[in-house]
Design a protein around this ligand. Structure first.
Ligand SMILES: [Zn+2]
Length: 152
C-alpha cells in the first residue's frame, strides 16, 4: 500500500522540531520499505517534486528519495557523502517544508554518495548538477538542516 503523506512544514511546532532534529540510522527492513513507499508516493504527488527526506514526513530516519527523470527515482538509505567537487554554484532553492521565498544556496557541482538501496544492497552514486543539488538538500534534512528564507 502506497500512501501519500502530508509534508511537515516549519509553520507548525511539530514540523519545526522534526526538521531541526538529526535523523538516526535506518535498520529495520520492514520499516524502511514502508517509509520508502510513502516517500515515493508523496514526492510524486508534489508539483515538480525533485526530492524528499524522511523527516519531512515525520519519520526521523536517514532515508531520502530523489527524482532523476519521470521513470527513475533514487532511493538512498543511510547515505554518506564520500567525495564532492571542489567547485560549486549558487542557485535559488526551495523546499516543500519551508514556506516563503527561495533561498540562494551554494552547493557542490557533483557529489559521490554511498548508502544502501531499498533492497539493502550497498550502492555508490555519483550525481551532478540539479541532482547533486537535490542530494545535498535532502542530506541536509537528515542532519536537521534546512534552508531559511531571510526575514522580510
Ligand atoms: Zn527540503
Amino acid at each position: 500500500m502506497m500512501a501519500i503523506v502530508s509534508v511537515l512544514t516549519t509553520d507548525s511546532e511539530l514540523g519545526r522540531r522534526m526538521l531541526a532534529s538529526p535523523a538516526v540510522a535506518a535498520t529495520n527492513p520492514v520499516t524502511i520499505a514502508a517509509v520508502v513507499r510513502d516517500l515515493l508516493a508523496t514526492m510524486h504527488s508534489l508539483p515538480a517534486g525533485a526530492g524528499l527526506a524522511a523527516p519531512q514526513i515525520g519519520v526521523p530516519l536517514r532515508i531520502f528519495v530523489a527524482r532523476r527523470d519521470p521513470v527513475y527515482d533514487y532511493v538512498l538509505i543511510n547515505p554518506e557523502l564520500v567525495e564532492s567537487s571542489a567547485g560549486g554554484l549558487w542557485a535559488h532553492e526551495t523546499c516543500f517544508s519551508v514556506s516563503g521565498s527561495s533561498v540562494r544556496t551554494y552547493r557542490h557541482w557533483w557529489v559521490r554518495v554511498r548508502g544502501t538501496d531499498r533492497r539493502g544492497r550497498r550502492i555508490v552514486v555519483r550525481v551532478h548538477g540539479d541532482l547533486a543539488r537535490t542530494f545535498q538538500h535532502e542530506m541536509d534534512h537528515l542532519d536537521g538542516i534546512y534552508i531559511k528564507p531571510e526575514q522580510e
